[in-house]
Design a protein around this ligand. Sequence first.
Ligand SMILES: [Zn+2]
Length: 1031
Amino acid sequence: MAFLVDRPVLVNGIGFVVIPHGRQVSSLHYCRCSRNKLRLTNWRVERRRKSLHILCCALRTKTESDREFWNEFYKNSINLPKTRFEQRANAAVKELEIQKFWEEHSIYEKILEANPHKTFFLHDGPPYANGALHIGHALNKILKDIICRYHLLRGFQARFIPGWDCHGLPIELKVWQSIPKSSHSQLSIIELRRRAAEFARKTVEEQKQSFKRFGVWGTWSRPYLTMSPEYEAAQIQVFGEMFMRGYIYRARKPVHWSPSSRTALAEAELEYPEDHVSTAIYVSFKVVSVGPHFLKDLSISPNNIELVIWTTTPWTLPANEAVAVNPDMTYILVKVASMNRFFIVAKDCMERLRDKLHLELQTIIELTGDSLVGMKYGHPILKNKVCPVVRGGSYITSESGTGLVHTAPGHGEEDFLVGKRENLPVTCPVDENGLFTKEAGELLCGHSVLGQGNKLVLELVDEMNMLLVKESYRHKYPYDWRTKEPTIYRTTEQWFASLENFREDVLKSIEEVEWIPESKKNLIRSMVMERSDWCISRQRSWGVPIPVFYDLSHTPVLDREILEHVKNIIQEKGSDAWFYLSEDELLPEKYRNRNLVKGMDTMDVWFDSGCSWAALSSNSNLSLPADLYLEGGDQHRGWFQSSLLTCVATKGHAPYRKALTHGFVLDEKGVKMSKSIGNVIDPIVVVSGGSNLKNNPAYGADVLRLWVASVDYRNEVFIGPNIIRQVADIYRKIRNTLRFMVGNLYDFRKQEDAISLAELPELDKYMLRIFGKFKESVENWYERYEFTFIYQALQRLCITELSNFYLDISKDRLYVSAPDDFRRRSCQTVLHILLEDLVRILAPILPHTAEDLWQCFESRQDVNAASVFQSGWISTNHLSSSFYLEDAFWDKLRMLRDDVNKCLEKAREEQLIGSSLQSRVGIYLDDDTKFSHSFRQLSNSSNQVDQLEYLLLVSQVEFVESKEHLWREYSYIRENNNNNNDIRYSVGVSKALGHKCIRCWNFSTTVLQNETHPQLCHRCVSIVEKLVASK
Ligand SMILES: [Zn+2]
């Protein structure tokens, strides 16, 4: 029951109370001014005035009831903020409601429809559909969502089509692990593939739910999957085009081979741990004969000479075919002093060898590299086999080893190239499991080259007295990234994509792409320049088949017609068809009945995902090139590169305009996350809380997203419980600021109440200029994906500029003034302008909070937009109007304000004052400075906003004429006498004069002056009188 109260006429203990005309007056209503609850029967209508009845009732005593009555009135005359925007985010409930709102109202689809003209396409790199999401996935997808939501607000059709990488060994292995070993032989390829697909589908669904919970918008009901028939057909199309251009060939050559996975691997499937320990050995090969250019008149018999080589892979010795020398290097023949042995090594390696052998070596003669070519030596393992010394290349240096290089063309890329040039046989006596074959000799056959086989080779050379030194050697070594087991180089027949024919085009297209950060351009450039041909075939079943047939002589049979035919079958039935249909069913008519056999190799999964641009552009979801690819830094070796190669090979350009990278996520101490250390941060636990909500509260998606915005993602980023707590604290502060702003706009209607910019007080103009600069920077940073700067600026704006300064000062204006006072309406005008834009600026990063705020922001201009995301981007209004006080002045004023606050702090510590309003501030100004005039002028302004006492949140400010005066009358003096001539002052604090006004809490000598309102200051008296008069 709201009472409106007229100026009371108190005669003989009778007070007049006003209630609106038409209100039911029942006997249950009581007069608020009486604790005695006088029944209405005691009331009588005193007089009628327009729409009001004026009732009166008897009061207990004149003075007591008078005071109670007015106290209540004063209390109710304060404009306290009102809003539905809650102080606590309650994210676990509220965010889900907001997501439901978006879904039920098809907000995302409606925005895409409403934005038909400009498109922005951020093409999603597909995560692997294997297991739960980790924090790196969250970082990646949230960054993408921030960018897409920003573009949606800017009126772009920024459709995000999420994708998943579904084929490959890890999923295949999961299927194998899920069935008992005894049934392995009964598992058909089709059944294996069915189970693998099922596993992938289930994982996709789980990951999808998490991404959606993070607030990531996309066409989740229609993602792209690398295992869908349309995708596979598009991939076959790319393969076919590359094949027809002659970029794809089959060859026998050494490739990275994983014995643990029993398949060839591409560079992108390798890891290089630093601490792999190999056995390095120095071995001597006995010379059989010298070449034509060797010294003729040497008295030492060639049979006494030995070539010293160094290797870290002793198991490759059985495949040795030559020793390579650098023709431009100088070698020496040395005598081992204590024995009658003669070694050849590079001159610059002699000391190293001497140190290793602990033997004195005497140089006999220097030799050129060329003179060694043509020498023959006995094979280290195979008896009766003789091998040559050949010319190597500049890869042979004296930095390690002996300058003489053991060459096994079957087990190394450079060795293979040298072997090809020198017509050396390519032996590879190692099978797919990494075991020696018969070719390596009876003794070694069946032993693992990475285990026992390696040891046996060492024993063999030792028995022959050829092993000079054996030592442990710690170095980087390629491991299978899936099984975490070491790999080997092994020669097999594989399919390769040759880069030679289009490497230049790739390098050219790299120049055309904008790489962010820019340094990544050189990285991918050098990777492409150095990379050898891409081995694309895998000897596994869960993948897209290489659509090739072989005739009886094992020659591949493939042409445009076959490719087209197979593509159409896969488009219709999926790639399973390759495995269950017969050759004749897979082949076009004219190739049938020719005894052709289909190949069983599948494609490297990097070829799969590298064709995603083709899959999405084939159904016109993507017009090439995409505007942006955004992935982790390792993708220069992976998806950025495989996509680049397939697109340049077939389209002649890169599939993206920009490629942006983010770093990896480490824990708070910079340590890699691992289950064994227990430092793993699960993004879903951050959002929805853990099993123990006390330790792991549900921070909500917006806090996780704010963390994403807060990190400098271009480098390694860090997360842990403390970091999340800090971000949540900042979130809370931002939310409080927003709440204060929206809460103080509950009675503001822009059309009627706004003050024109030109009329605003100087403080408001200053605030608008701060905000104008903030807006400009933020837009710029969104365009450049610099979210960490936005985060910092947002924090500064909400906490430093608003909460601690503008809003702090504004409470008096907003709460104490009459509702439509100029000083209140002008502040509301500013808050309204700020909030209209701030809600949109926040929306890409904090979509749930912004949406929540939008729904609670009743006075917003755009009342038609159901969602903040339908409201468009921030206004481009020029916020500054003519102003008198420049920003440099405000900097000085805030400096002075800080000094005053320090004085107040001191005074409070010593209990001179409680609140700052209990104080009076004295200022001594040096009038010879630039801004002294402005300071004095401010104190004379009459708008009750710009006066110094309001800006400083104190009750009185006095300019004193001398320092002596200040020191005499005030305490806790602070002086600013720096050499900067703009402003010099001293400030001090004393107790405020007068009494405290019970309404505004300011101290004033006008309190106790008014007869009716003795407890009020003159300012409040006039407000209260105005309020009473307006009823
Ligand atoms: Zn007051």
